[in-house]
Design a protein around this ligand. Structure first.
Ligand code: FAD
Length: 484
């Protein structure tokens, strides 16, 4: 007879564990998490980042109430503007160009603060996320993205696993789900390729949390833009999309943008897979970015980078050779994200010498910088703590915010390309995280959470993914426990 569990979770990272813990709390007795990776590679994409969480909140006091006394004391001079539900909703609508499922968006924004409270009650601990701007003795944060788990993404996943251990949630590694048992009306279990061979598990409910398809070159080529199979992958090598295909094969409906994905600027020499934050190249709002012809090609200061970085990787990949060069002067250095501290940079005392060092035409780069410098509207004051409106006039493409002359040597350049983080196309779910079939009906016993769910279009407001995992993980776990 096949092994039986109440709730079977596919994918042992943040989306899977939020659901598994919620299922246990909701009364499911036997909860099993199947994870394809070996134990020393567990954690999915979460392993590779500090993992900021975007959530609606009431400002400094509200944020401080989530911290330990020690952290509060450490950050006594920090100030955070409130981030109301309305602003989170409007950010989601703006970056997805109004295409996001409004039911899911509403659930995410209205439940976001409670999700953070739930995690804190469970024993998760918080620290301030990177991206702060020091001004007049005060630390300012982008209000949407203030906190990250203490110790970063890997520490977060290990805390989830240890909470699971305490609740007798079993984590079974080296266990690849190779099939789903059921049809477009109901799912009753899964086929597993474990270390000792193939076997079946029967489950009251199955929660799919196996991430996107971004680590599969074949699926990237199938769904994304030309040459996407050649992209560098920022996260886990294990997110290859086969479980997504299995659900679609049963008749699951899809959602999100299938040609879309989160892709951000990374160092030109970054590894092909599994990068950490040191190769992020996110200083571009405070300089200019040029192509191989030394021409600018996008608005580097369109908005705060948390609203632009996930599409900027695509802008770079669309250039000749899929590469570009970020050009800065010394003034920009104070604005570099902390990861730049360890980043190899090309430096020169003149723009012409800088161009020669990175293989660009010196005359062309000199002309681009001169034209940029001359176009800045200096009547507007520069202010890095807000979108300051200090832009260019009569320049194409425009730079909307934080335009400052590139005139203080030594000048600096970083070569960049685009790295994919996660795919946007995925399964269609309802507010309870039930997977819908192509008739629009919930598939009995089948839930999904995390990057396997199709939610985003065109772009992504940074740090929404981790919050989504907890909001919908809580719902999936509770609903899945009810069915078993
Ligand atoms: C470098 C980097 C930085 C990031 N920074 C942030 C941030 O600051 N804030 C934020 O919100 N998001 C961030 N993200 C995105 C975030 O990591 C993802 O949105 C999130 O991890 C998705 O969670 P998940 O559990 O759905 O997927 P994952 O964390 O990728 O986990 C999926 C799991 O499923 C397993 N799996 C896959 N196939 C199978 C199978 N067939 N059988 C069994 N198991 C399977 C995988 O091994 C993996 O463990 C970042 C991502 C990267 C790569």
């Amino acid at each position: 007879m096949a092994e039986q569990v109440d709730v079977l979770v596919v994918g042992g990272a943040s989306a899977g564990y939020a659901a598994a813990i919620a299922a246990r709390h909701a009364g499911a007795e036997r909860v099993l998490v199947l994870e394809k990776a070996p134990r020393d590679q567990v954690g999915g994409n979460c392993r590779f980042s500090l993992m900021g969480f975007r959530f609606a909140h009431g400002g400094t006091d509200d944020i401080m109430s989530l911290l330990t006394d020690a952290k509060r004391a450490e950050h006594a001079t920090t100030t955070v503007r409130p981030y109301p539900v309305e602003e989170f909703r409007s950010d989601l609508m703006q970056v997805t160009e109004g295409r996001i499922d409004t039911d899911l968006a509403e659930t995410l924004v209205t439940d976001s603060r409670d999700a953070i409270a739930w995690m804190t009650e469970l024993g998760h601990r918080w620290d301030f996320f990177h991206g702060r701007v020091e001004q007049d003795g005060t630390a300012h944060y982008n209000p949407g993205t203030v906190l990250a788990p203490d110790g970063g993404g890997l520490a977060l996943v290990e805390r989830w696993i240890s909470m699971g251990d305490d609740l007798d949630v079993e984590l079974r590694c080296d266990s690849r789900v190779a099939g789903l048992i059921g049809d477009h009306r109901a799912v009753t279990g899964a086929v597993v390729d474990g270390p000792d061979g193939r076997y079946e598990i029967e489950a009251g409910s199955v929660i799919l949390a196996s991430g996107g398809f971004q680590a599969s070159p074949e699926r990237r080529a199938r769904y994304l833009k030309t040459n996407a199979d050649l992209m560098k992958v920022r996260g886990s090598r294990h997110n290859t999309g086969e479980v997504l295909d299995m659900a679609i094969g049963l008749g699951a409906a899809t959602s999100g943008q299938w040609q879309g994905a989160h892709a951000s600027p990374v160092d030109i020499d970054a590894p092909d897979m599994e990068m950490d934050n040191h190769v992020n190249r996110y200083g571009y709002p405070f300089g200019i970015t040029v192509d191989r012809n030394a021409k600018r090609f996008f608005d580097e200061g369109e908005r705060h980078r948390t609203y632009t970085y996930a599409k900027t990787g695509w802008a770079v990949l669309a250039q000749q050779g899929g590469v570009a060069y970020q050009i800065y002067d010394q003034k920009a250095k104070e604005r570099f994200p902390s990861a730049y501290a360890a980043a190899p940079v090309v430096e020169a005392d003149t723009i012409r010498d800088l161009a020669a060092k990175i293989g660009l035409d010196p005359d062309a780069l000199q002309a681009t910088v001169a034209e940029f410098n001359a176009s800045i509207d200096t009547s507007v004051e520069y202010d890095p703590t807000i979108e300051d409106g200090r832009g260019t006039k009569g320049l194409t493409p425009v730079k909307t915010n934080w335009a400052r002359a590139i005139d203080e040597a030594p000048f600096m350049a970083y070569g960049v390309t685009g790295g994919i983080t996660f795919s946007f196309g995925g399964l269609k779910v309802n507010r309870s995280s039930q997977v819908l079939n192509t008739n629009g009906d919930p598939i009995d016993g089948l839930f999904a959470n995390g990057d396997i769910v199709g939610m985003f279009y065109h772009n992504y407001p940074s740090c929404s993914g981790m919050t989504r995992n907890v909001v919908f993980g809580g719902r999936a776990g509770a609903a899945a426990a009810g069915i078993s």
